[in-house]
Design a protein around this ligand. Structure first.
Ligand code: ACM
Ligand code: ZN
Length: 609
């Protein structure tokens, strides 16, 4: 809350001096994701207190209220409903031809019309409508601003139906409030799937009535300081609240329960579900784990079925994520129960697959039958579920790169591209290691996410429909707080939204950076701690020079302007611009940072010269 007030103060203060509409980041059209068709016309529609919201037969009242409430909250304008569509109105219209997520907007100087076939389509029309207004429309306190909507004609629908973000809540936990904040941003960006990685070797994060031991023993882990982390988990009420909030934002929450690997935290209270019998302790934040579920033990399947039954009741999403990745099969090789199962199934090693890989395939297929047959859901899993064959109905999440996804799509499976190799693992640093917080290793720049192409070139045209979308993943080993979560998520999630929604012909990196400046002000008003590139190119060590001058050269990953001081003062937005080559003749304390178009500064780097 404190941060909200700081931002509110900042924007109220600025707005006294320069009107909101005249801000450089509010000039032009700045919609993210870029719509499929956008035609800018002559003129504007001025919203005033006498503008009405025109509904026919009371249709779209819920959606119109979203628009009405936000206008009132941010600007003080109080619009009323009417059932005639005269001049000076915002009309809500049904157009059955616009599909599940499509919408149209038409603005001239007399009228605005928003059209869609579904509630979701109209919700997206409203998101775009807000982005036609100054960024300050995201304010939670009325600001003095003119609300002029530029005359446009927009016809829009997404390229991909699955547009997702995964958040790992096992390694570090994030509260319902922290997740709801991300959902409100995701909705603004027309993202529609939040995948929650609920369980792993480090912790089990959801209450299951049948197994209370899971929150008592599996939701707690030891830290490296030998303190306890947790218990951290979501109650069923938490999940209901989260799912309902996400539903109002047209976002499906997809739960992931890891099986058969990444399952050590379950084995702590239930060692009999392993091959070796334990006893076990959950992993600390990092670790490589060989103990996994024993697939030769039928109780393991009973456990999973009981858990998934409760999970399916809680999450209305069509998909249920079964994990399936990185299962270490060492114990299966010597476990009498696993080997007896292999014998019963008559498994023999083949050139492609070991007996144990075929055991994994058996276990995943068995879970798939339960998920689709009994629960009526679709199973989704990481790319390893493809090993040894898979029912056609299963959806594959391609994570190492896009190769496995291409292979899965070619054999008729739906695929979500979440490619680590292409920058979609947001746990990688978004700048040079020496200036960014500790991260996974390697870099994923904003431009990598923006330029990612989910459709593999080699995929035959008739198979392309199986690539249903793309997802960014935030593994939380390094992400110790909600603030850091946001720092890693944004603005790369903004780039992901355009990659997932907009056709390649309509994407334009330079124009995206222009629109991003506006979006970042919206993120500020939502209190989001997004990343601003830091000055790079010089190490933070004391610089010693023995001649009569030293030259320092900084750059940053988005070529943003940088400012600096040499007198030890903290630079502000009015500090001198940093030249390409900074020549210093005197010992000093150099402070340097990057500046956005709204005047916000990156963290400051300090170098003693
Ligand atoms: C994964 O990164 N193991 C899905
Ligand atoms: Zn076993």
């Amino acid at each position: 809350m404190k941060r909200y007030f700081v931002y509110l103060f900042f924007y109220s203060f600025i707005s006294c001096h320069l009107s909101v509409e005249d801000k450089v980041y509010n000039s032009g059209i700045h919609i993210i994701p870029e719509p499929l068709q956008l035609e800018v016309r002559q003129g504007v529609f001025p919203i005033s207190n006498s503008t009405t919201l025109s509904l026919k037969n009371g249709d779209w009242e819920k959606e119109a209220s979203i628009l009405m409430n936000k206008l009132e909250e941010a600007s003080g304008y109080k619009l009323s409903f009417s059932d005639n569509s005269s001049n000076n109105c915002i009309r809500f219209k049904t157009n059955e031809n616009l599909g599940e997520e499509g919408y149209e907007i038409e603005v001239d100087d007399r009228q605005i019309s928003l059209s869609a076939a579904t509630e979701k389509g109209m919700f997206y029309a409203i998101q775009t409508f807000f982005q036609l207004l100054p960024a300050e429309i995201e304010s939670v306190k009325p600001l003095k601003m003119k609300l002029s909507v530029p005359a446009v004609k927009i016809a829009d629908h997404p390229r991909f139906s699955y547009r997702g973000v995964m958040i790992d809540v096992s390694r570090h936990f994030f509260t319902v409030e922290e997740l709801k904040k991300q959902i409100s941003v995701m909705a603004m960006l027309k993202l529609n799937r939040l995948h929650l990685h609920l369980t792993d070797n480090q912790g089990w994060r959801i209450a299951i009535d049948k197994y209370p031991q899971l929150v008592e023993y599996s939701a707690v882990q030891e830290t490296y300081n030998e303190e306890l982390y947790g218990p951290c988990y979501y109650t069923k009420e938490d999940i209901k609240e989260l799912v309902a909030y996400a539903g109002r934002h047209h976002i499906e929450v997809i739960p992931e329960i890891e099986f058969p690997g990444h399952s050590l935290s379950v084995l702590v209270p239930f060692p009999e579900l392993s091959c070796s019998g334990g006893p076990f302790k959950s992993e600390q934040v990092f670790g490589y784990e060989e103990n996994v579920f024993c697939v030769g033990n039928d109780s393991v399947f009973a456990f999973m079925e009981n858990v998934l039954t409760e999970i399916a009741e809680l999450f209305p999403a069509r998909y249920l994520h079964i994990g399936g990745d990185e299962c270490v099969k060492r114990y299966w090789q010597t476990c009498p129960r696993c080997q007896a199962l292999a014998q019963r199934l008559n498994l023999r090693p083949t050139p492609e697959h070991s007996v144990e890989e075929q055991l994994q395939s058996y276990a995943i297929k068995r879970m798939e039958r339960f998920i689709s047959g009994t629960l009526g859901k679709r199973m989704i899993g990481w790319e390893e579920i493809l090993e040894g064959g898979l029912p056609e109905d299963a959806t594959v999440m391609s994570w190492k790169g896009t190769e496995c996804g291409a292979k899965a799509a070619a054999t008729g499976h739906d695929v979500v591209m979440a490619s680590m190799a292409d920058g979609l693992y947001l746990c990688a640093a978004q700048g040079a290691d020496e200036v960014e917080p500790a991260a996974m290793g390697g870099q994923s720049y904003l431009k990598d996410v923006y330029e990612f192409e989910p459709l593999p070139k080699e995929l035959a045209p008739d198979k392309r429909k199986h690539v249903i979308g793309t997802q960014a993943c935030l593994w939380s080993e390094w992400t110790t707080s909600g603030e850091l979560l946001e720092y890693m998520l944004y603005p790369r999630t903004v780039a992901l939204a355009e990659t997932a929604w907009t056709t390649p012909e309509k994407k334009n990196w330079d124009d995206f950076l222009r629109r991003l400046e506006n979006m970042q002000v919206r993120l500020d008003l939502k209190g989001i701690n997004y990343h601003i590139p830091l000055p790079e190119g010089e190490l933070t060590t004391n610089k010693v020079f023995t001649g009569d001058s030293v030259v320092l050269e900084f750059k940053n990953s988005r070529s943003l302007p940088m400012v600096y001081t040499t007198d030890g003062a903290t630079p502000d937005m009015h500090a001198p611009s940093l030249p390409e080559r900074l020549v210093l003749h005197q010992p000093c304390t150099l402070k340097v940072c990057t500046k956005t178009a709204s005047g916000k500064l990156s963290p400051i780097r300090t170098i003693n010269v």
